[in-house]
Design a protein around this ligand. Structure first.
Ligand code: TMP
Length: 207
């Protein structure tokens, strides 16, 4: 879907910070953009987010988790993404289907095919034009942020899960290199932001 760009990466890579800085830049430049996030991004979808991430819900079935992410996505598309794209805006979404592919399909071991199918039902034609991947291994990411946030049900999963997620992203990128912009996120926040903007300029999204 043209003008629909998603941003992905492992937990702790600085995705939220980089996305906020990009938003500020785009707004300063007067671009007609919408920044949003998953899971969440709209009222009902944010309520689903709280259920998914609540550390008290440690008994949640993996398939229930996969469906909740997909359910939040359907609502978020309806409330935010589809209207913005219809109005000709550029939409940047912090996480989208690729998170489900790697976290639920590979990390949880539900199987990539099953999660791709589930999300095809959820999103239909609303696939991103391309995806920015902030590339930093979970080892480096957690070291930099001083460990995982144990109050977040997903971050609290054991380390091998996050390694599988990282390898999963790498495999998706290898399978469809044209659909990704891989950004080295191991440098300073300034360096990463510069690389991110350069990549978006190469794609003609910003100047
Ligand atoms: P965030 O910390 O980037 O806001 O994302 C919340 C957590 O949810 C993060 O650990 C990644 C995870 N996640 C999935 O497992 N599947 C998904 O489909 C999405 C969107 C996020």
């Amino acid at each position: 879907m043209r003008n629909f760009i998603t941003i992905e990466g492992c937990d702790g890579v600085g995705k939220t910070h980089q996305t906020r800085r990009l938003k500020e830049y785009c707004e300063q430049m007067g671009y007609d953009v919408v920044f949003t996030r998953e899971p969440g991004g709209s009222d009902i979808a944010e309520q689903i987010r709280r259920i998914i991430l609540d550390a008290a819900n440690c008994d949640m079935d993996d398939m229930c988790e996969a469906f909740l992410y997909a359910a939040a996505r359907i609502q978020h598309l309806k409330d935010i993404v589809k209207p913005a794209l219809r109005q000709g805006k550029t939409v940047f979404c912090d996480r989208f289907v690729h998170s489900s592919y790697v976290y639920q399909g590979l990390g949880r071991g539900l199987g990539l095919d099953k999660i791709v199918q589930l999300n095809r039902i959820a999103v239909g034609e609303y696939m991103p034009e391309f995806t920015v991947f902030l590339d930093l291994s979970p080892e480096q990411a957690f070291m930099r942020k001083g460990g995982a946030d144990k109050s977040d049900r997903m971050e609290a999963v054991d380390f091998s899960f996050h390694q599988q997620v990282y390898q999963g992203y790498k495999a998706l990128i290898q399978a469809e290199p044209d659909k990704f912009e891989v950004i080295d996120a191991s440098g300073s926040a300034e360096q990463t932001q510069r690389l991110l903007r350069q990549a978006l300029a190469r794609r003609g999204v910003i100047k």
